[in-house]
Design a protein around this ligand. Structure first.
Ligand code: ADP
Ligand code: UDP
Length: 236
């Protein structure tokens, strides 16, 4: 499978057409942004880690009943995926308070919830990804009510599975963002990526941050955190 024309270049990935209209190739970059593009940088080796992690996680989810876009890993940075129409919602699940949850509601980080929470934001760089609820999403025709129900069920299933997967690696899953897409026959599947860019990971023993917060907060050890996740994913 070869790359044809570039369809899109985003902040962290490029998307290419292939000779099969049902498939595209995503190519993971080392570019990093935070605060909706206001902070820019590079994290050496990040694209390789995110490609590998997303692919391992998507294959594990698929085996456990979550339909995903994953088709085939082509190289360190390139993967064939099913081309979908992205539902323009960022779906965020939280198990522990952190980031915007802590700042919006004026609580400290690290409060462990009795049950996970879910929230949606509109995928829109120029509006700064505003939060919205299910009624807003339906009113804006971003998704049907039925699709939202499917998305919620799948998102909580991803949380249960990913939490267990990360725990085996000695990592606590704090929160994460996922995206879904529609296949040409109208099925909702998991798309985009699952990586240290899109999740908060804390070491189970030390609480050390092993994710993009090290970049967002200028904590240093950014590359090392991504490599540590890679090491735990691939060692056996
Ligand atoms: P952003 O658009 O937020 O800058 P990226 O740099 O990650 O993000 O760009 C990847 C783009 O590809 C995103 O807009 C994402 O929604 C989209 N995408 C992810 N998976 C698929 C897929 N299977 N089919 C089509 N588009 C996808
Ligand atoms: N997240 C993401 N992309 C976004 C916003 C958030 O991947 O555009 C992820 C983020 O990495 C974290 C979770 O979603 O794991 C919750 O993020 P939060 O709302 O706390 O916002 P942040 O503080 O990351 O801007």
């Amino acid at each position: 499978m070869e790359k044809r024309e570039q369809l899109y270049e985003g902040k962290a990935k490029k998307v290419f057409a292939t000779d099969d209209p049902a498939l595209c190739i995503v190519s993971y970059k080392d570019d990093a942004t935070a605060f909706n593009g206001a902070k820019k940088g590079t994290i050496a080796g990040k694209g390789v880690v995110n490609n590998k992690m997303s692919n391992l996680v998507m294959q594990y989810l698929e085996k456990n009943g979550v339909p995903t876009h994953f088709v085939e890993e082509l190289s360190d940075r390139d993967t064939v995926v099913r081309k979908v129409q992205i539902v323009p919602l960022e779906v965020i699940i939280r198990n522990i308070s952190a980031g915007h949850f802590a700042s919006n509601y004026g609580v400290e980080e690290g409060i462990v919830f009795d049950e996970p929470t879910i929230e949606f934001s509109l995928k829109s760089d120029h509006l700064d990804d505003p939060l919205l609820n299910e009624y807003h999403a339906v009113a804006l025709k971003l998704a049907t009510r039925e699709e939202i129900e499917t998305i919620k069920t799948l998102a909580f299933k991803v949380n249960d599975l990913l939490k267990a997967f990360m725990l085996k690696l000695g990592v606590t899953l704090v929160d994460f963002k996922i995206e879904f897409g529609r296949t040409p026959d109208g099925k909702i599947i998991l798309a985009d990526e699952i990586s240290p860019d899109t999740c908060r990971f804390w070491d189970v023993k030390t609480g050390e941050k092993l994710d993009k917060d090290r970049f967002r907060r200028d904590m240093g050890g950014v590359e090392d955190a991504y490599q540590e996740i890679m090491r735990r994913l691939t060692e056996e």
